[in-house]
Every structure is written in C-alpha cells, then in structure tokens.
Design a protein around this ligand. Sequence first.
Ligand code: FE2
Length: 143
Amino acid sequence: MISAFEGRDTKSAQLSILEEHCLLAERIDDASKQVDILFSATANQSPAEVSRVIVVLEDLLEIAREHFQHEEAEMTVNAFPGLIFHKRDHDYLIKSLMDFTSALNHGTTSLSNDMGVNLRSWLTYHIKKYDDAYVAFIGSERT
Ligand SMILES: [Fe+2]
C-alpha cells in the first residue's frame, strides 16, 4: 500500500524531471532558433555571426552536461535498468555539439539549419523514447 507521503514523492520526482526537461527544451529551442535566424539573416557568413553561434552552442553544451549528469546520478540512485542506453543517447548529443562547435571554431564547417533541426529532433526523440520511459519506471517503482 502506498502512503500519501510516498505518492507525493513520486509526483515531485516526476515534476522535477519534467521541469528540468522543459528548461532544457526551451534552451535547445532558443539555440536552434538563433542558428536559424543567423543563417537566414545572410548568405554571407561573417566571423562575428559564427562567433555568436559558437557562444550559444557552448552555453547549451554546459546546460546539457549539467542536466545529464544530474539525471544520470538520479537514475543510478534509483537503479534504473535503462541507464546505459539513456546515457548513450546523452553522450551522442554532447559529442555532436562538441564536434559541430569545434568545426565552426576551426572553420571546417559553415552555419546551416542542420544543427538547429538536429537539436530539435534529438530532443523530441529523446524525451519520447528515453525520458518518458524513466518517468514511467519511477512511477511504477513507487506505486
Ligand atoms: Fe535524458
């Protein structure tokens, strides 16, 4: 039997996971919009515009790292069986962000809508496939 306290714990755990994802989603959405805006603003990509995108991506990388570390630590504490696959998807995003930012820094790639589109689709897929599974696991473990 579940106590009222345990029920409240489950709800606040689910709420905190969802709130964090909303924050990350907003930041990814903001960053991808900025990439889109900068790209569509001019076909002639100036170093100043590339630098602005790099700052946005570096900020996003920091937020994503912090969020993923927190989420993975919580999954470890809760013995979530899907942790290894979930972490692999986090690592994929971090590596993609780092590679793209580094390529922009070294001038080996140019601004394009692709990064913004990729960020949005990664987030949608990650939340639907991985984060929802974790939220469901937490719910089932505590009921
Ligand atoms: Fe996640």
